[in-house]
Design a protein around this ligand. Structure first.
Ligand code: TXA
Ligand code: MG
Length: 340
């Protein structure tokens, strides 16, 4: 299949949006920019299109998709029995990098939720994503637009590298502003439950929902055969091909540790970079945690270009947006953590 490149930056923006919407309406699948990561979109009403998304990504069959909407009217087409607390969350965090799991309507294709009676819903704030949903008039199911298991895509080139020839089109937009996937909160049940941390932080969520609980799968490896609230949590994820370790310790300890190693690359903070004597990739500044989120996936992709045996990533904190980065890195490292 020839993948059409629709350039919304240097080409005709309206044409790119219109063409993407047409492809989606006729059952095709399209890589689109969002503020978090690039998504691989398909109509949430179309089982055949959803099947193409799973095939292109090589996605595990039991891992459900997030449905993207452009306004509150669309929310009522895809979700039902919406609790008052969900409207409060929507008012605080939509549009933006925030997803809620709600009871689904029968309009949503069965294959979106993979047999669950719930649907994950997000209203993105990135203009191109918003406009494609609006113009198509369709809620769009979209997982991250990468090969399953690989680091998520934060630029159009990442999508093209992973999926060219397997999908109908890619809309080339800006690099993703946030860089990690949306915060996911389960809104069905007695208390809201954080299933995946993101740029909407736990601290912010507590201001709206003080009773929120944190799913233990966020930082811990699920037991074999354990039933998890979010199927996506149990898979190896975001991983470079190079053997990856997450390393906990202060600046000095991290530098001493990596400097004693050979045939490796250190993924480090800007503040410690000059003290590191082995190969290194900087993923952002400790004093600006958003930079860590924005760059983490592209740096994990760059690791494999260096042809080394191991990568040691200096662990971020487990608070604020750094918790989201930590959650991705511990999976990229398949839960291999070195504590200094
Ligand atoms: O930022 C994002 O959310 C990006 C962009 C494209 O919007 N999308 C994204 O999709 O990250 P994906 O498929 O990579 O992650 C979806 C996550 C998975 O962990 C999945 O298990 C969970 O959401 N999920 C989806 N539907 C669910 C449901 N009904 N119940 C529980 N978890 C669900
Ligand atoms: Mg993903």
């Amino acid at each position: 299949m020839q993948t059409e490149i629709l350039d919304a930056i240097n080409g005709d923006y309206s044409f790119a949006v219109q063409k993407a919407a047409e492809i989606l309406k006729s059952g095709g699948i399209v890589g689109i920019p969002t503020e978090t990561v690039y998504g691989l979109a398909a109509s949430a009403y179309d089982d055949a299109a959803i099947a193409k998304v799973f095939a292109a990504k090589g996605r595990p069959q039991d891992n459900p998709l997030i449905v993207h909407i452009s306004d509150m009217e669309m929310l009522s087409s895809v979700a039902t029995d919406i609790p008052e607390s969900a409207y409060k969350m929507a008012k605080a965090f939509w549009p933006g990098p925030f997803t809620m799991v709600l009871k689904k309507t029968s309009a949503v294709a069965q294959s979106v939720s993979r047999g669950l009676d719930t649907v994950a819903v997000r209203m993105p704030c990135e203009k191109t994503a918003h406009d494609i949903i609006k113009v198509s008039g369709l809620p769009l199911a979209a997982p991250s637009a990468n090969i399953s298991g690989a680091p998520s895509p934060t630029t159009a080139n990442h999508v093209i590298n992973d999926l060219s020839g397997k999908i109908d089109a890619v809309v080339v937009g800006n690099d993703c502003e946030v860089g990690v996937e949306s915060t996911v909160v389960l809104m069905v049940g007695e208390h809201p439950r954080l299933l995946r941390p993101g740029a909407v932080t736990l601290e912010q969520l507590k201001e709206i929902a003080p009773d929120i609980v944190v799913d233990k799968a966020i930082l811990n490896q699920p037991e074999k055969d354990e039933k998890v609230s979010s199927p996506g949590m149990k898979y190896k994820h975001y991983a470079p091909k190079t053997e990856t370790y997450l390393v906990e310790g202060d600046f000095g300890q991290f530098c001493d540790f990596v400097n004693s190693k050979t045939d490796c690359v250190a993924v480090c903070f800007e503040e410690e970079a000059e003290k590191i004597a082995v190969k290194k990739l900087v993923y952002g500044s400790k004093s600006s945690p958003e930079t860590l989120a924005k760059n983490v996936f592209s740096v994990l992709r760059d690791v494999d270009k260096l042809n080394v045996k191991k990568v040691f990533v200096h662990a971020p904190a487990k608070t604020g947006v750094e918790l989201a980065v930590y959650n991705r890195l511990i999976r990229a490292a398949a839960f291999k953590v070195v504590e200094l």
